[in-house]
Each structure stands twice: as structure tokens, then as C-alpha cells.
Design a protein around this ligand. Structure first.
Ligand code: NDP
Length: 331
């Protein structure tokens, strides 16, 4: 039998295990033109939280009683399709199933001799592309500028900070534990990191870490952390809005300071982006990320959770900051 994880009900606030349900179904039969895939690595990502709501967004919501989907690395174990052969590894947006068939649409072959398979869900996948293109296309960094990154100890954040350093900037990270603060400054080359959970005055802490002010704020979290950083931006600051995880579980929209006077008086640019909209730039970005990785200039950190049954908990743990770098489940 084949294990499958479906959406049982929609979360109110923080997701919980009972929002998910495990069912079993017959193993799928591979029809002509299809491949049979065995799930190897599953990416769990904050944006999946938005898909659990029944609201219109840039991707359709998950349907009740239907399988959840995310980025997955799978092995082709049977092929009735010319483009793939048994033993190939592929990446794609697939269902939370141990085994599934696919007509090959949207699947990309990945090469385990080039890079670790899991890295195609991280640094060589959506994470790396988001960090690189968000920073370079929207942040427009110039040598000597100061970048602040929130969600700095996570998948995107750790990569943004390192790229900022490679481009000659000063980088300050905001993260949720002392262990991650140490990791950012020791392993990931950040100049400074702030623990937002223990720092009483975040606005002052950002000011003292950035004596020349903030030129780029790469925002992964929104909310009060962003309010504190925005109070310290320089004239012509650029603010790529990548994520707003601090708000994803809110049932009411919290009211914060009005941003317009800051954006206006600092002639700042605040711009949101959805990484899929920049797909035309993926090949060049992947080439650059691969080159940096091969030259050991970009380090990548993963929290690997073992076992198909632990996929929902690994996803929930993102909202408690249990991951360092990319959260991935190995099946
Ligand atoms: P992460 O690996 O950063 O995991 C989430 C992290 O967010 C946690 O580890 C936790 O770290 C932090 N966090 C959780 N709750 C809060 C909170 N209430 N306030 C502040 N921090 C919190 O995830 P990703 O790197 O994959 O994604 C980072 C952000 O980028 C997300 O918001 C995501 O939605 C967004 N994103 C956007 C994309 C786009 O196309 N625009 C593409 C990919 C991601 P801590 O210990 O610091 O609390």
C-alpha cells in the first residue's frame, strides 16, 4: 500500500498535526507515457501555510481531502516515457505520497554527481534562486552598503547573507536563537547577528549594529522585526519583501506603524516578489550559485528530518524556528 498525506481541515492560526491526515491507497500503476516515482526528499516551506487557507492567492489553495504538494526529489523506479529512465532522479512540485506516477510535465532531472540531491530543494532550488534574485534584482546591492536580513538563520536568509558578503556588503542578520546567532557569524560570514527573541529594544539593536544605517532590508518575516529595521533605513534604501512569516498564522491583521512617511522621506523602494515571476533569470542565477558552491564560497545548511510520517511535524516546526537553514524531510 502507498502512504499519502491529505489536508484534513484548514488551520486557524498555527498549523497542527490534526490539519493533516494519513491515508493509504493502492500502489499506482504506471500507464504508457508515465513514470513511477519514489519520493526521496520532501521540502517543507512556509508558503505552504498560505495554501492551507481557502483564499485566492498567487497559487491555488490545497483542496480538503486531497494530497498536499511541495517541492520533492524523487527516483524514477519505472519508466514508460522516453525522457526519463529507471534510476534517474527528478525534482518537481509533487504530492506528499511515498509513490506516485507522473506524465513528466514539470519534472526536471537532477544530477547527484553534480551536487547533493537535497541541495536541489535548497541552494540549487527555490531557496537559492529566491535569495540570489531577490537580493540582486530588487535589493540592488553596491559594495560597502549595509544589508539587514530577517529570518536570517533559515533557508533563504543564510544564503542572502553570504551573497551580500560576496558582493562586498556589510551584513547583519536577525534570527530567533543564540545558537543561530553564533552560526550566522561563525559559519555564514555575517558581520553581526541579533536574537530578536531576547533583545529588548530591537530598533536600538539594529541602530547600533548598523552605525551607517540600513541600505537594503531583505525582509523574510514582516511584523515588529520589520518595523524596527525600517526605523533605521537610509535615503534610497531598497526593501525586497520576500516573506512575512510572522503574519502567516495571524487570524486578524495586526496594526503597526504607518510606513508611508518613512518610505516617502527616505525615497525608499519597497517591492514584493514571487520567485516564479523571475523564472527567465533562473538559468543564469543557477549558474552563478553553482559556481559559488563549487568554489566553496557559499555554504549551505540543512535540517534533515527522517521519515515520511514526520513531514507534517517538520512543516509545523518551521513556525517555531526549529530549522537551521533548509528544512527537508528524508523519506
Ligand atoms: P525558513 O527556513 O527561514 O524557515 C522559517 C523561519 O522563520 C524559522 O526557522 C524561524 O526562524 C522564522 N520564524 C518563524 N516564525 C517567526 C516569527 N513569528 N517571527 C519571526 N521569524 C519567524 O524559511 P524559508 O527560508 O524557506 O523562507 C523564508 C521566507 O521567505 C518565508 O517567509 C517564505 O514564505 C519566504 N519565501 C518567499 C519566496 C518568494 O517567492 N517570495 C520564496 C521562498 C520563500 P527564527 O528562529 O529566526 O524564528
Amino acid at each position: 500500500m502507498n502512504k499519502v498525506i491529505i489536508l484534513n481541515n484548514r488551520p486557524q492560526g498555527k498549523p497542527a498535526l490534526n490539519n493533516f491526515k494519513f491515508i493509504s491507497e493502492e500502489l499506482p500503476v504506471t500507464k504508457d507515457g508515465a513514470v513511477l516515482l519514489k519520493t526521496v526528499y520532501v521540502s517543507v516551506d512556509p508558503y505552504l501555510r498560505g495554501r492551507m487557507n481557502d483564499t485566492k492567492s498567487y497559487v491555488p489553495p490545497f483542496e480538503l481531502n486531497k494530497p498536499i504538494q511541495s517541492g520533492i526529489i524523487a527516483e524514477v523506479i519505472e519508466s514508460k516515457q522516453a525522457d526519463f529512465k529507471k534510476g534517474d532522479f527528478v525534482s518537481g512540485s509533487l504530492e506528499w505520497k511515498e509513490y506516485q506516477t507522473s506524465n513528466g510535465k514539470g519534472l526536471q532531472k537532477v544530477n547527484q554527481n553534480e551536487a547533493k540531491l537535497s541541495s536541489y530543494l535548497g541552494i540549487l532550488g527555490m531557496t537559492g534562486l529566491t535569495a540570489y534574485l531577490g537580493l540582486t534584482e530588487i535589493g540592488l546591492p553596491k559594495k560597502g552598503e549595509t544589508i539587514v536580513v530577517s529570518g536570517a538563520g533559515g533557508a533563504v536568509g543564510t544564503v542572502v547573507g553570504q551573497i551580500g558578503k560576496l558582493l562586498g556588503c556589510k551584513v547583519v542578520g536577525v534570527t530567533g536563537s543564540d545558537e543561530k546567532v553564533d552560526l550566522l557569524t561563525s559559519k555564514f560570514n555575517f558581520d553581526h547577528a541579533i536574537n530578536y527573541k531576547t533583545t529588548p529594544d530591537l530598533k536600538e539593536a539594529v541602530k547600533s549594529a548598523c552605525p551607517k544605517g540600513v541600505d537594503i532590508y531583505f525582509d523574510n518575516v514582516g511584523g515588529e522585526i520589520s518595523d524596527a529595521v525600517l526605523a533605521n533605513i537610509n535615503k534610497y534604501a531598497r526593501l525586497p519583501v520576500c516573506g512575512a512569516i510572522s503574519l502567516y498564522n495571524k487570524t486578524e491583521v495586526p496594526v503597526g506603524p504607518r510606513l508611508q512617511p518613512i518610505i516617502l522621506t527616505k525615497s525608499a523602494t519597497m517591492r514584493g516578489f514571487i520567485i516564479g515571476d523571475l523564472s527567465g533569470k533562473f538559468p543564469a542565477a543557477t549558474k552563478q550559485l553553482t559556481a559559488w558552491m563549487k568554489a566553496d564560497k557559499l555554504k549551505f545548511s540543512e535540517t534533515i528530518v527522517e521519515g515520511f510520517d514526520n513531514i507534517p511535524q517538520a512543516f509545523i516546526d518551521l513556525f517555531d524556528g526549529k530549522n537551521k537553514g533548509k528544512m527537508i524531510v528524508k523519506v
